[in-house]
Design a binder for this molecule. Structure first.
Ligand SMILES: Nc1ncnc2c1ncn2[C@@H]1O[C@H](COP(=O)(O)OP(=O)(O)OP(=O)(O)O)[C@@H](O)[C@H]1O
Ligand SMILES: [Mg+2]
Length: 230
């Protein structure tokens, strides 16, 4: 059975962890023997530059997956890219830039099976994420419920977080967001998360991301199969 699944990492809020989680999820999927391709649409091309640096540092490694930088300025080019990606075998991860005004983003969401949206439990991040969710919902309402299914990941979670008003905000937000997407287990704020490579998943990182990524993996590859999806 061949997989063709397109998963986009996005939020209109910048700096929430899209690039970090995209790279770590690519490493995680390879560890689960999945064939992966990363499309790097971030204007800063963080993942592509990181791969170059990784290859200079670790010369003799086997490349676990390819990373393709892509400029989304032209919507027609993006549409062509998405049409081609749909024909490919494997799991395609797209790292989106943190700016929803770019026209080229629409064909990305329209052609994504899943959208993984990292966010943080603080007011600006929650508001931007709510705007992003409603944007995705407009697309889904127009097209189909199978398009751009949302996973919301509480990333960089601070364990010290726990005053009553913080917990109230957390509960209220989780309840509201869960009407629109799956709330995954949280990913802690940890220094090890900053030291990722594009070549493999470190043991320490695996422990941090496993609850969230196992949740997503089970949903897409185990429950998804039962629903008749490949
Ligand atoms: N769980 C985490 N723990 C600690 N640091 C993290 C975590 N997740 C992300 N970071 C750090 O937060 C910063 C922003 O992360 P990242 O670049 O992945 O965000 P982004 O959403 O892709 O940003 P942009 O909108 O600029 O593309 C980076 O320095 C990254 O190392
Ligand atoms: Mg980024």
């Amino acid at each position: 059975m061949s997989d063709n699944i397109i998963i986009t990492f996005a939020n209109q809020k910048g700096g929430v962890g899209k690039t970090t989680l995209c790279t770590l999820f690519a490493n995680y999927l390879v560890a689960h023997r999945k064939k992966v391709l990363v499309i790097d649409c971030d204007v800063q091309q963080t993942i592509s530059f990181r791969r170059k640096a990784d290859l200079q540092k670790y010369m003799d490694v086997t490349i676990p997956y390819n990373i393709q930088p892509f400029n989304i300025a032209n919507a027609t080019n993006v549409q062509n890219l998405m049409t081609n990606l749909r024909k490919m075998q494997g799991i395609i991860l797209i790292d989106a830039p943190g700016n929803l005004t770019q026209q080229g983003l629409i064909p990305i969401f329209v052609n994504s099976d899943y959208v993984i949206c990292p966010f943080q439990y603080e007011v600006t991040s929650i508001n931007a994420t709510a705007t992003f969710i409603s944007f995705i919902y407009k697309i889904r309402a127009k097209l189909s419920e199978d398009v751009a299914q949302l996973f919301l990941v509480d990333n960089s979670h601070d364990k010290r977080f726990g005053k009553k008003e913080e917990l109230d905000l957390w509960r209220m937000t989780a309840k509201r967001f869960s009407e629109y997407g799956y709330i995954t287990p949280m990913v802690e704020y940890r220094a090890e998360m900053r030291r990722y490579t594009t070549l493999y998943l470190m043991k320490t990182q695996e422990a941090i991301i496993s609850p969230a990524f196992d949740f997503i993996y089970n949903h897409i590859f185990i429950k998804g199969e039962k629903n008749g999806k490949e």
